[in-house]
Every structure is written in structure tokens, then in C-alpha cells.
Design a binder for this molecule. Sequence first.
Ligand code: DAH
Length: 347
Amino acid sequence: MSVETTLADVRQRAMAGLSEASSLGEILEWERLYLGPKGELTVFLRSLGALSPEERPIAGKAGNALKVELTALFEARRQALATADLDQRLEADRVDVSLPGRAQTIGAAHPVSQMIDDLSDIFALMGFQTVFGPEVETGRYNFDLLNIPSDHPARDVWDTMHVDAPGEIVMRTHTSPMQARVMEQTDPPVRVIVPGRVFRYEAQDASHEWMFHQLEGLAIDRNITMADLKGTLTEMARQLFGPKRRIRFRCDFFPFVEPGVDFAVDCAICDGKGCRVCKHTGWLEMGGAGMVHPRVLTGVGYDPAVYSGFAFGLGIERLTMMRTGVDDIRAFAAGDVRFLRQFARAA
Ligand code: DAH
């Protein structure tokens, strides 16, 4: 076979192979067959030495021309296939940017915190400032200044958690100690509410927790009477539970008030007719209240002949239970988000 025929044959097969190659893998295989170190054309060009001196330059020229031609065609084809290959991979790996992102879960205020916020708003409109006090107290503020001397049996009413420290240091059993703290710092008139945690050394059940929240209220001025107390709490109940609510006072004893009362609101859930939430009495107990005892006033340097005032303390979990119908106080501090989520509201 002459050199021309051989090259024509190689060229024809190479051209056919080139047009058949349809992937990057196939075109590289084609390169190996024809242009690679052991490829047909390479082998042909290397064998030129065996030709006669006359044939050699002609065969060399034709061989090199074919190599240039095939190399150019190969490069163009490889480029095209590489681009197609890239396009295909990009298409396959495509990220759909229109998919919604992963939602951020934003926390919501705890139902007790919501109630504290609502109470602060309600009382702010009646001129009360919201203040906070320490959860660890001295016996002096938790008891003594509230007219509960250490030898008095009334001290036993508060089952107390004592802090292992010198002196009488306790987890506050109520928010009432803030009455004395506020009055010591301020001259009358005083109008404050004090939301916060309180602690009791007692067993838990559906309506008792060892830790819960109270809202203390205190108003001191000239000529404050029970009517002001009644009006203030009635307004609070209306704001919280609706326009029709009524307040009931019954005599009760607390060492730091005289007279002392417990107070209830008629049940908003059954309109006072009697239901599961109010235990079929038509009334819901909210807390204790009364006219601030003269001894409490003297204890902080206020003159009871000039100033009088009222105080109240109510259970915040209890108010929340009335508003929502939740019937187990332990749910509030249990930390189960499935429970808490039901009360989430937009900030
Ligand atoms: N501190 C009382 C308690 O925890 C509640 C209370 C009753 C507060 C009467 C008051 C009040 O301010 O006047 O049992």
C-alpha cells in the first residue's frame, strides 16, 4: 500500500470517528487512537525513517499536514463537547433559587410574660409604675416590715425556702416585701405594681407550685379609701376579662393590711353561672388586698395620720388560667413548647 493510500485511509476513518464521538470520553478515546503517543498517525510519522530518501519528505509533508488538520478538528470538537458537558452538569446541579428558604423560628413571649405586659399596660393607664425587686430577700423585708414578727404565728402561713447564709435570708415568699422597699425610697404619693417570681416550700398540685408569679400593687396618698381599691381592681378585671366583670370582697386576714380582704371576679367563662373553671361557684379568686396597716407605714417613716393607701397581691398564673381556661398551674413552668406554642402571639 502506498503512503498516499495509507494516509487517505487513516484520514477517512479518523474523520468518521470524529463525527461519531458524542461525548468528552469518546473524543479523548479518539485522540488516543490517532494522535496519542501510540496513535496511528504518530506511529506512521515515526516510521518514516524506513522509507527511501525520495519518499521520506513527501510522506513526511503529507503526514504532518494530516496531523495539523486532525489536531485542529480534534481541538474544535473537544471544545464543543466540553462545553456541552459543562452545560449538562450545570443543568443537573441546578439550584432552584425560587424554593422557599428554611424558616427561622422566632420565639414568643411566655403566657405569664404576656400577662405581665398586659397588666403593666392596664395599670400604667391608671398611673401605676411597674417596678421589680429581688427574688432573694432578708427576713426584715419579707416579714418584719410587713408586720409579721418572728414570734407571730402568721409567719407560718408562708412556707419558706431559706437560703443557707448568715442572717435570715429567704427566697421571697411574696412580692409584698417590695412595698417597704419602694416606700423607703420614695415620698408619697406612691403608685406601683411589682410583678415577679415568688417561692414557697410546698408540694405541687394542679393549683400549687413551689415557684409562681405574683403582681403586687401599692397606692399611697392622702385620703385613699377602700373605694379606690375596689375601683382599681374592678377596672383591672374589666380590662382583662371584658366589660361586664364584677368584683367581690370578703373579709380576710393579712398582717400588713387592716382591714384585709380576699377578692374574686365573677367568672368570665360562664358569666358567673357556674362552670368547671370556677368550680361551679360563679367566682374566681384572684388574691388578697386591703388598706395598708398603719404599722407598715410607720415602719418606713410614713405618717399614718396623713397618709393612707391600699395594697393587693394576686397570682399571675391564676389570672392566666382564668383567661385561657388552662386547668393545671404546673403547665406554665414545665417548659413543654407544645403547650406554650398555643399562646404565642405576634409581638
Ligand atoms: N402577700 C400575700 C400573699 O402572698 C398576698 C397579699 C395579700 C398581698 C394582701 C397584699 C395584700 O398586698 O394587701 O399571700
